[in-house]
Design a protein around this ligand. Structure first.
Ligand SMILES: O=C(O)c1cc(=O)[nH]c(=O)n1[C@@H]1O[C@H](COP(=O)(O)O)[C@@H](O)[C@H]1O
Length: 279
């Protein structure tokens, strides 16, 4: 089954638009993990098991593992999700982008080493740099379009015009959305990242890309408005969104109830999103 088929089935089966982000920071782990050499895996596994029923996807962030030398924990975590929660797609957040020969190795890293169903990719190097990801038709390629951070505007909002365009200049992120929909999505395996912190841009992107899935980080710790995300960016059938939250779920409690607190936070976000899409 392809990533897109899996995602659509999961939206239906879970009734959830929540993507649970897995960004391990040992300093924030509950005290019971102190001195545990396998704390990164153990903590993330507990969060996964507690939140899976409320998740349309999981999104481990690679730097949060690699910076700790915990790549092995990431490999085992993805294997755990596939075996214990089959049907919940894993998006590896790696934001890769490089010349073709190197991008090919990044694709092998994400899809073969880590067995991710999808990967985030940076389009700055252009279409040929995305090709090694795009040609893996069964996997998803989640292309950065309008990122959630304050500086997302610095370059992504620059008004630009392609050679030969006759209309007015448009923000670069809109060109990314249009190119993704028209040129990069030949296998139907492309999604876009648009931050929850930019509701107007979410609306603009949705208008450009039709029903293409959007990964929307920035609710929770970054303060994005979950209801505005749904209002502005749901697809025609009420799905189309993976609204991603990491810290607000992972670290909902620093006590022994961390897993239950994470489940409550994920369920609350699911319910908020679900109510908004029924409005
Ligand atoms: O690609 C991403 O996942 C991403 C894109 C973006 O525009 N903004 C963004 O915050 N992210 C990631 O989403 C997660 C957000 O974490 P929280 O703010 O804790 O929910 C982090 O892992 C970021 O690296």
């Amino acid at each position: 089954m392809t990533f897109m088929q899996q995602l659509r089935q999961r939206w239906d089966a879970s009734g959830s638009l929540v993507c649970v982000g897995l960004d391990p920071e040992p300093a924030k782990f509950p005290r019971r993990f102190a001195g545990d050499a396998d704390a990164v895996f153990g903590f993330c596994r507990d969060i996964v098991d507690a939140t899976a029923e409320f998740a349309c996807a999981f999104k481990p962030q690679i730097a949060h593992f690699a910076a700790l030398g915990a790549e092995d924990a990431l490999e085992r975590l993805v294997a755990h999700i596939h075996s214990v929660h089959p049907g919940v797609p894993v998006i590896l957040d790696a934001k890769r982008g490089d010349i073709g020969s190197t991008a090919q190795r990044y694709a092998a890293e994400a899809f073969d080493r880590y067995a991710a169903d999808a990967v985030t990719a940076n389009p700055y190097l252009g279409g040929d740099s995305l090709q090694p990801f795009l040609e893996r038709a069964d996997r998803g390629v989640v292309v950065l379009c309008r990122t959630s951070n304050p500086g997302g505007a610095d370059l992504q909002d620059l008004a630009v015009q392609r050679d030969g365009d006759t209309g007015p200049a448009r923000p670069l992120y809109q060109h990314v959305a249009e190119t993704a929909a028209r040129e990069w999505n030949g296998h139907g395996n492309v999604a876009l990242v648009v931050g929850a912190t930019w509701p107007e841009q979410l609306r603009e992107v949705r208008a450009i890309v039709g029903d293409m899935p959007l990964l929307v980080p920035g609710v929770g710790a970054q303060g994005g408005d979950a209801e505005a995300v749904v209002r502005n960016a749901r697809a025609a059938d009420g799905t189309g969104l993976m609204v991603s939250s990491s810290r607000a779920i992972l670290y909902a409690s620093a006590g022994d109830d961390y897993a239950e607190a994470a489940a409550r936070a994920a369920r609350a976000l699911r319910d908020t999103l679900d109510a908004a899409r029924r409005d």
